[in-house]
Design a protein around this ligand. Sequence first.
Ligand SMILES: Cc1cc2nc3c(=O)[nH]c(=O)nc-3n(C[C@H](O)[C@H](O)[C@H](O)COP(=O)(O)O)c2cc1C
Length: 200
Amino acid sequence: MDGVKALMTLSVLGIACSPRKNGNTTQLLLEAMKTVHKEGHKTEIVYLSDLNMNPCQGCNACSAKGICVIKDDISKLQEKLSQADRVILAAPIFMMGVNSQTKIMIDRMQTFWALKYLHHQSLIKPLGPERIGLFLSAAGTEKTDVFKCAERSIQTLFHMLDIRYAQPCLYSGIDQAGEINEHPTAFDDVCLAARALILS
Ligand SMILES: Cc1cc2nc3c(=O)[nH]c(=O)nc-3n(C[C@H](O)[C@H](O)[C@H](O)COP(=O)(O)O)c2cc1C
C-alpha cells in the first residue's frame, strides 16, 4: 500500500491568503510547496490578493441550484478546490480570527454547502485519494487562544469540502513581515508537515 501511495502523483493546491506577499504565512506556504514539488507532485499556488473576490450577499440563490450569482474569480477557485487532492491554506490572524480575504473566500464556498447538504452532490473526484488539508498560520501576539477562531473556520471549510484537517503549523509572536525567518523550527516543521501530508 505504501508503494502505491509513493507512486501516486497528487495535485496540491496552495492558497496564500495574506495581503502581504512577502509575509510570514506566504513564506511558510512557499516552503511547504517546495517540499511537495521536490517529491514530484503537481503544485499550484493561488494568491487571494490577486483575485477579484466579492463577499457573499447572503441571498441564498445558491440554495436553489448550487450556483452563485456573483460573477468573479471565486468560481475558478471553487473548481481548483474541488479537484485538489491536498490543500495547504496559509492565512494570518487578524482581529483574533482569519483575515478578511480568507473569510470572504470561505463564505463564498456556501455554494459547496448548498450542493452537499441540499442537493446531495458529492464534491470528491470518484476513485480519487482521500483529501487532506494543512493550515499554516502566524499571529503577532502570544495569546493562548489566538488561533482558536481561525482553526474553527478552516476546519468548517475543510469539513464542508470533505477534506480531512491535518495537524496544523501555527506560530504566535510573529508580527513583522519576514519575522518567521528567525523562528528556530518553523521551516523544518512545515517541511515535515508537507511531507506527512503527501505520504498520508
Ligand atoms: C489588521 C491586523 C489585525 C491583526 N490582528 C491580530 C490579532 O488579533 N492577534 C494577533 O496575534 N496578531 C494580529 N495581527 C498581526 C498578524 O497576525 C501578524 O503580523 C502576522 O505575522 C501576519 O502574517 P502575514 O505576514 O502572513 O500577513 C494583526 C495584523 C493586522 C494587520
